[in-house]
Design a protein around this ligand. Structure first.
Ligand code: PLP
Length: 426
């Protein structure tokens, strides 16, 4: 079938995969629109946008042309002492799109590293202001911020990797999302208790993704932002998953800003930044954060610099992706997807073994109860011609925004069918 598959597989190490027992991965030969073509000629409709990146679908001609043009003139050049137009334009455009004075952009190549940079910014911000004791970070249950050591320490302690690497990670402070009055008092108390040792609070605004598609409202987010201001803490909004329209606004933190005019101090972006084509991430700081690094002292500078920082191909792809947000009705498409997900996944609530159905923007999640055979569910979805990959307790859809209504119906019908089959066996 594919002469590269068997010999290659004996040398590949796959992510989050028990290599002894996991079913063989599917060989992919092409992607187009919302479809993934396999080596045997089958096509799968992608329900999860390649880990939430491919918001315009695959092989969008506008992004491809931008990358090809960039490839011919300047694919990459080191970013220390040198700058280039794709990065300069992109920084300017991100600053214009983000709320308030979020205006200084530091480029990296992955989401985890963007969060690491945000943590460095937060800790060094206080150090530069003469408060070097402010070093610890508050994170939330069900949160996910990456797989590197500093970011693992900010992921949900049970769903994340805390037990595997206990003792090897920094010890940070977990909070519950303050969604009611009692929890709000507890949150305030926590911030007071740790007081002068805290540097920042980090949150995935409105939707906690990899920790299980948990959702909270804008009032909760606004409360957290206000609490950070009261306790003199920086607020880091990890919009790596929520950014670029996924929750219905360009950025999820806009919803809290509309309620109470609160803007995070630092925002992390990645995933859909290049429309799912090339790896790129950005950590964007407000003016007062950037200004804390300005001094007649080299030691006050931000000490970070990835080799492939601000890769020109990736920046060109991201600029082309932003063009598409301007020229095509992406947020209207997200609103239509939201309505369709609510209507077509809603009936899953009545199935045995379903705990809850949650929808926000172009995210639809069905949380399961009882025994969950992830490999069997995943295999069944592929048999039905859809690429849906449940994890933990959730079966979820996060389709490309360009998906046609019929294709989305194929996805939601597959979810209902697979969960109906499962309900019969419970
Ligand atoms: C995916 C993700 C990350 C990590 O990004 P990588 O590019 O995989 O390192 C961090 N935060 C959130 C919210 C994410 O969804």
């Amino acid at each position: 079938m594919s002469d590269w598959l068997t010999p290659g597989l004996t040398h590949l190490w796959l992510p989050y995969t028990q290599m002894q027992t996991a079913p063989a991965p599917l060989p992919v030969v092409a992607t187009q629109g919302v479809r993934i073509r396999l080596a045997d000629g089958r096509e799968l409709i992608d329900g999860i946008s390649s880990w939430w990146t491919a918001c315009h679908g695959y092989n969008h001609p506008h992004i491809r042309a931008a990358i090809e043009r960039q490839l011919a003139s300047l694919p990459h050049v080191m970013f220390a002492g040198l700058v280039h137009e794709p990065a300069a334009r992109l920084a300017q455009r991100l600053a214009a799109l983000l709320p308030g004075d979020l205006e200084r952009v530091f480029f990296t190549e992955s989401g985890s590293v963007a969060v690491e940079v945000a943590l460095k910014m937060a800790i060094q911000y206080w150090r530069n202001k003469g408060q070097a004791e402010k070093q610890r970070i508050v994170y939330f249950r069900h949160g996910y911020h990456g797989d590197t050591f500093a970011t693992m320490a900010l992921c949900d302690p049970e769903e994340g990797m805390h037990s595997l690497f206990a003792g090897a990670m920094p010890d940070q402070i977990m909070a519950e999302l303050p969604s009611d009055e009692t929890m709000r008092r507890a949150f305030e108390l926590l911030l007071e208790t740790h007081g002068e040792r805290l540097a920042a609070v980090i949150i995935e605004p409105l939707v906690q993704g990899a920790g299980g598609m948990q959702m909270h409202d804008a009032a909760t987010l606004a409360f957290i932002a206000a609490a950070c201001a009261r306790h003199k803490l920086l607020l880091i909004a990890d919009e790596i998953m929520t950014g670029f329209g996924r929750t219905g606004r360009m950025f999820a933190c806009e919803e809290a800003d509309e309620l109470t005019s609160t803007i995070p101090d630092i925002v992390c972006l990645s995933k859909a930044l290049t429309g799912g084509t090339l790896p790129l991430a950005a950590t964007v700081a407000r003016r007062h954060v950037f200004e804390a690094f300005l001094a007649d002292d080299p030691a006050a500078a931000l000490m970070h610099g990835p080799t492939y920082m601000a890769n020109a191909l990736a920046c060109a792809a991201a600029n082309a992706s932003l063009d598409l947000f301007e020229s095509e009705p992406r947020l209207a498409q997200v609103a239509a997807i939201e309505a369709q997900l609510a209507a077509e996944l809603g009936p899953c609530r009545d199935l045995a073994g379903v705990a809850e159905v949650r929808v926000k923007g172009a995210i639809g999640a069905v949380e399961l109860a009882g025994r969950i055979e992830l490999d069997a569910l995943r295999r069944r979805f592929a048999e039905l011609g859809v690429w849906v990959r449940p994890f933990g307790k959730v079966v979820y859809l996060m389709p490309p925004f360009v998906i046609a209504a019929e294709d989305l119906t194929t996805l939601t019908a597959a979810v209902r069918q697979v969960l109906t089959e499962r309900a019969r066996q419970l």
